[in-house]
Each structure stands twice: as C-alpha cells, then as structure tokens.
Design a protein around this ligand. Sequence first.
Ligand SMILES: [Zn+2]
Length: 212
Amino acid sequence: MVADCNDPLALAADLFCEKEMDLESIESSVREILVGIGENPEREGLLRTPHRVAKSYKELLSGYRMDPKALINNAVFDVVYDQMVIVRDIEFASMCEHHMLPFMGRAHVAYVPSDKVIGLSKIPRIVDLFSKRLQVQERMTTQIAEYIDVVLNPKGVAVVVEGLHMCMMLRGVKKQNARMTTSAMLGQFRDDMSTRMEFLDNISRGAEKLHF
Ligand SMILES: [Zn+2]
C-alpha cells in the first residue's frame, strides 16, 4: 500500500489509494466468465484458474498502487549537467483497456536536466508505474513524460513508445506486425528541432525490429 497518498509525487502518479485490489471479486468474476464460455469451472485444469488470474492481475496491474516515494527512493541528485540523458529500449508490458489483452514493447526516454538528475535505474520503474495498469498506449506515453517533468522539472522530456498489441494481432484485423509508435515531447524537445532530432537519431541507431 502507498504510505502517503497526499505526497505530491503520489498525487502526480494518479494512484488508487482508497482500497486494495479485491482479489476475491476478481476470482468470482473469472469463474462467471468460465461459466459464460460454457466451460466447467470445476474441472481439474480450471479449478485454480480464477485464483491464478486474480494473482496475475495483481502483478500486471500493480502500477495503480506503487509507492512513488519508495520508487524514487532518494535517487534524485543535484548535478551541474545540462546535456541530454537517454535511456532507450526499456521493455514494458501493459494491458489494453479496451480488450484487457496485453500490449508490450519498448520505451525510450530522454530528458535535458535543469539542475536535477535521477538514478538511471529509476526510469524503467517509472515506465512500470504507468504501464502496469489498464492503458491506452497514447495516455501511457504522456503520463511517463509528465511524471518525469514533475519529478525533475527538467528543460525538456521526450518519450517514444513502440508497442505490439495482442488485440490487433490475434483478433479483428489480425495485423501480426502492426507496431504502434507514440511520442510525447515536452519543453526543449517540443520547441527545439535539433534537440528532438538528436534524440530520435539516437533511438533509431541500431534499433532492432520489434517482435515477440
Ligand atoms: Zn485493445
């Protein structure tokens, strides 16, 4: 549970602070789904499925209740450094809110510090904070950028996310290789073309094609 939900970092993270995830209600709902499908939820292979699904949701949707203070954990430092910091190829897995199917891929994050930097390992944690929720990729991308903006107040933040969506690959149009790219550019990345190009050049260099 989040220790202090009124902390500015927690407020900016848009968390569910009121109650814990109700695993029992998820379990009974999954049992209903099995019945709706026409399955027998009492057969051996399915007996513990509602429990397993509830447990996996707890992990896959843990972003709603991550404690941002613990996550940042004193890893913001005052530094005189005003060059671009880039962390690329951050793997993520999220769940599309329209179909509750996974989408996954990689995120690339950059910022230009004004006077603060953050420990590099914390950037993937911020990606987790927003990916481990029911999401649309566009909103997730914006939330990551805006959160870093709140934490570091940098001169600029850029986030590019590439995702493969199970709901597109397995059903409906069945586009196996349709990769969705979204971006959010704030401050210097929005206003200054050369800053933006430096970032985009960097993340395209040696980039492997996204696949499962
Ligand atoms: Zn979907």
